[in-house]
Write a protein that binds this ligand. Structure first.
Ligand SMILES: [Zn+2]
Length: 382
């Protein structure tokens, strides 16, 4: 989606620059071409986002001048934007019959066609259009990006990985991160089919490609848990508890579960003490300790742990509420305490919701690829 937006902006800028150039050349009294004013009016409407007006002007342009290839291309682009990609593809395809097209015109037409076919979910045809583009301009990074988006759309992770590796402008680091995403996605598909062992191999390859990227580690932990291997899961968790992440609860929630499965819940305190040594995990560790102390009935120690958490992260709502609850419990257990317990639960539930920062899709579970708009790494707390 982001790529489409960038492309749209680049397209608009190009149109503006083009219009300015034409404007300047007009000043120099260069001879007008047929339908020129209609074409400018179309471009102007296009730039300002009035697509219906732009469409009318471009149609009027080609009635006066059938040689204005760009007007045809724009007509197709607008039709696609309006949701009639089938018609857009026909307009663009028909242009290719012409004999006297320049190289740049051919490139523009294949760009447009690839988009039409993608919008129609005709991925094979879209890839064919990209192949034609590659023959005309082999270092076209737009085409390279677009090719990747087509493979992603069809969950073709093998070809997506190859396309990422052949991409002309991605840095090595970006390539490896992408590879890790695709390997994780492959693993998830294998896990869905019950092939946990193969899935774990993919997760481990992903970890190797991008060692600081959290999702494959978490998926590996979950896979071990599904296979009833909490010990192996604990080994992985121990590797990642010191990771810097905006979502440390993803690690700590699993850690609690794994220790519980192993009958080592009593060791949790020891782990928490260990995590107090790392700045990225210490608030989570204090809160975990507070929870443990509450369970053990050691309220004073719980209060101290909450206060410590707040001294490092004063905005933590869950810590404030836990503390408020504790104070009430230490005094009188009246009804307001019950209310606070409820508020606490609601707030925690909200804190555990995730939202896509691209399309706003909400999920209870953390996601690294939005199931709605397919954007990668778009989860934020919401
Ligand atoms: Zn989304």
């Amino acid at each position: 989606m982001q790529e489409t937006l960038i492309l749209a902006i680049v397209g608009i800028l190009a149109a503006v620059v083009f219009a300015m150039l034409i404007h300047n050349s007009r000043k120099e009294n260069i001879k007008a071409f047929p339908g020129q004013d209609l074409y400018y009016a179309g471009l102007s409407a296009f730039v300002s986002g009035d697509l219906e007006k732009a469409l009318k002007k471009f149609y009027a342009t080609i009635q006066q001048n059938t040689e204005n290839i760009d007007a045809y291309i724009k007509i197709g682009d607008i039709l696609r934007t309006m949701g009639t990609a089938e018609r857009a593809a026909k307009v663009h395809r028909d242009l290719l019959i012409r004999q006297n097209l320049t190289n740049d015109q051919k490139i523009s037409i294949y760009h447009a066609l690839a988009e039409d076919y993608k919008a129609n979910k005709k991925y094979t045809l879209a890839l064919e259009a990209l192949d034609k583009l590659a023959a005309l301009d082999e270092r076209d990074s737009w085409a390279a990006h677009f090719r990747i988006s087509l493979y992603e759309a069809t969950n073709d992770w093998v070809n997506a990985t190859a396309a990422v590796e052949n991409h002309p402008t991605l840095t090595r680091e970006e390539q490896l991160h992408r590879t890790a995403l695709y390997l994780t996605a492959q693993g998830l598909e294998l896990a869905k089919d019950g092939k946990e062992h193969d899935a774990r191999l993919r997760f481990r390859e992903a970890m190797k490609a991008s060692p600081s990227y959290l999702p494959p580690y978490l998926e590996l932990v979950d896979s071990y848990m599904r296979d009833g291997r909490p010990k192996a899961a604990l080994t992985i968790l121990r590797q990642i508890v010191t990771f810097t992440t905006p979502f440390p609860e993803l690690i700590f929630g699993r850690l609690k579960q794994v220790l519980f499965e192993l009958g080592l819940y009593g060791d949790l305190e020891k782990y928490y003490q260990e995590f107090l040594e790392s700045p990225s995990t210490l608030v989570e560790a204090y809160l975990g300790l507070a929870e443990l102390y509450v369970k053990k009935g050691e309220m004073d120690k719980a209060v101290e742990a909450c206060k410590s958490a707040l001294s490092h992260q004063p905005e933590r709502l869950d810590a404030h509420l836990m503390l408020a609850q504790l104070f009430l419990k230490l005094g009188q257990n009246d009804k307001s305490s019950e209310n606070l317990v409820q508020i606490n639960g609601q707030l925690l539930a909200r804190q555990n919701n995730f939202k896509c920062n691209s399309c706003g899709h909400r999920m209870e579970r953390y996601f690294y690829r939005c199931p709605q708009c397919q954007t990668w790494d778009s989860a934020q707390r919401g």
